[in-house]
Design a protein around this ligand. Structure first.
Ligand SMILES: Nc1nc2c(c(=O)[nH]1)N[C@H]1C(S)=C(S)[C@@H](COP(=O)(O)OP(=O)(O)OC[C@H]3O[C@@H](n4cnc5c(N)ncnc54)[C@H](O)[C@@H]3O)O[C@H]1N2
Ligand code: MOO
Ligand SMILES: [Mg+2]
Length: 416
């Protein structure tokens, strides 16, 4: 077997571009509203009616004609007679005449003839009458028809993440079903002769497979289901067979391990045997420099590093935007911010460095042991510090870029 040992690194931005540029949408599917959370809206959401669709009271109180309140003051209170009494959901048949009022509750439709609401706290009630001590302006204390949205208004464009607020909107407009981006079928295959199942006791030289379950959870937090393939030992023919089988069953196969230049790293040879188009096999980043992305037929192959921190980072930077784009999302990238570094980071950064970190809204600090093979810092981190390639060490107090992990919706620009 002869596989090229020297590889040409591409920048992270170029790698992200090559992946997202190559992705095609996986189509759309209609799902019940209750199942649409976490999916991508496939059609723009346009208001089909005004919201609210009738003028209503935002308070528990009395509907009046504001003109009747003219001249009211502490020393000259104005009196009203209550002619009807309604709660939300009811419509009064009363038409208010001079100095009449309808007692109504929050959310109830404003009766004919009324143009203001007196809150209970603004009235002194006695039996079927009440008095007020101030004049009310037309439209005072009203929730006006269309004040939230007007019929025909485009409220949420296609491509947006369906979060609880979007669900509320869909429900408001009566969508029992929603057209969403089809979620790709994603396979996970962890490779490595050293890998043990999670429930296996440790034996010398072997470790438990943490990448498989981690990736499953990274997919789960994107709302994407997965097929977990049994781990494969570092054996070319068996691995190739499993990859071929998985390719027939998935839109996208994520492998971990075996992607570097070692004697038992068979992924490069597998891409060759498949005749896959390799988009890149080295990225100017740490960790994750060996991350490889290839396309064979209509399956995307993500060759993530076996090193856990590299694997995690490769998923967040390349797999995540690709899957989002397959689903038709327009916000593909992790949200970014800047923060003040809370401790020195002395190492130089020949390649762009992604450091698992804890961000608290103002400052950010590395989340402990931060080598490519680390698991602990992935567990402790909620973000990634980005230190650009070609820079020297950073000092406490420096402002650095931070990518936020685990947020529902990202941003539409890579920006780094
Ligand atoms: N001579 C060179 N050696 C290495 C290079 C290089 O450029 N030249 N690159 C290094 C870098 S950087 C990385 S990252 C790793 C990448 O290795 P592979 O992607 O080929 O992965 P493996 O060799 O299979 O495993 C690496 C490491 O990760 C552990 N591992 C693997 N799978 C899992 C899993 N599912 N769960 C937990 N841990 C896993 C594995 O036991 C190894 O310790 O190569 C460097 N070498
Ligand atoms: O791919 Mo390696 O993680 O750069 O350490
Ligand atoms: Mg290796």
């Amino acid at each position: 077997m002869k596989v090229e040992k020297t590889r040409t690194p591409v920048t992270v931005a170029e790698a992200v571009f090559r992946v997202t540029d190559r992705v095609c949408r996986t189509g759309t599917e209609r799902v019940p509203l209750h199942a649409s959370y976490g999916r991508i809206l496939a059609e723009p959401l346009t208001a089909t009616h005004d919201v609210p669709h009738f003028t209503r009271s935002p308070y528990d109180g009395y509907a009046i004609a504001s003109a009747d309140s003219a001249g009211a003051s502490g020393s000259s209170r104005v009196s009203f007679t209550v002619v009807d009494h309604i709660g939300a959901g009811e419509v009064s048949q009363a038409v208010i005449s001079r100095h009449e009022a309808v007692r109504l509750m929050t959310g109830a439709a404003l009766p004919a003839g009324a143009d203001a609401v007196v809150m209970f706290e603004q009235a002194v009630s006695e039996g079927q009458t009440f008095t007020i001590r101030k004049a009310f302006a037309p439209q005072e204390n009203l929730s006006l028809q269309g004040e939230d949205m007007l019929a025909g208004e485009m409220v949420i464009p296609a491509g947006r993440f369906i979060h609880p607020g979007v669900i509320a909107l869909l429900a408001t407009f009566g969508y029992a079903e929603v057209e969403t981006g089809r979620r790709p079928v994603v396979g996970i295959l962890s490779t490595g002769t050293e890998l043990l199942a999670v429930n296996s006791p440790l034996v010398p030289g072997k470790i438990r497979n943490s990448n498989g379950p981690m990736i499953a959870a990274q997919l789960a937090r994107m709302g994407i289901p997965y097929r977990m393939y049994d781990t494969e030992a570092d054996q070319l023919e068996d691995c190739l067979l499993t990859v071929r089988r998985a390719m027939a069953e998935t839109d996208c196969l994520i492998t971990t391990g075996g992607v570097s230049v070692g004697d038992y790293d068979y992924l490069p040879e597998i891409y060759k045997r498949l005749g896959a188009e390799v988009l890149f096999n080295k990225v100017a980043m740490r960790p994750g420099s060996v991350t490889t992305v290839a396309v064979a037929g209509d399956t995307f192959l993500f060759g993530l590093s076996g090193n856990p921190s590299a694997c995690f980072t490769g998923f967040e930077l390349f797999v995540r935007p690709a899957l989002l784009k397959m689903m038709g999302a327009d916000h593909l990238y992790l949200p970014r911010t800047t923060a003040v570094l809370a401790e020195d980071f002395a190492k130089a950064n020949p390649f762009t460095r992604f450091i698992r970190a804890v961000y608290d809204g103002t400052t950010v600090r590395p989340a402990g042991f931060n080598k490519s093979g680390a698991v602990s810092s992935i567990a402790r981190g909620n973000s990634l510090i980005v230190l650009p390639g070609g820079t020297r060490g950073y000092a406490s107090g420096d402002t650095v870029d931070v990518l936020l992990l685990g947020t529902e919706e990202g941003t539409d620009e890579w920006g780094l």
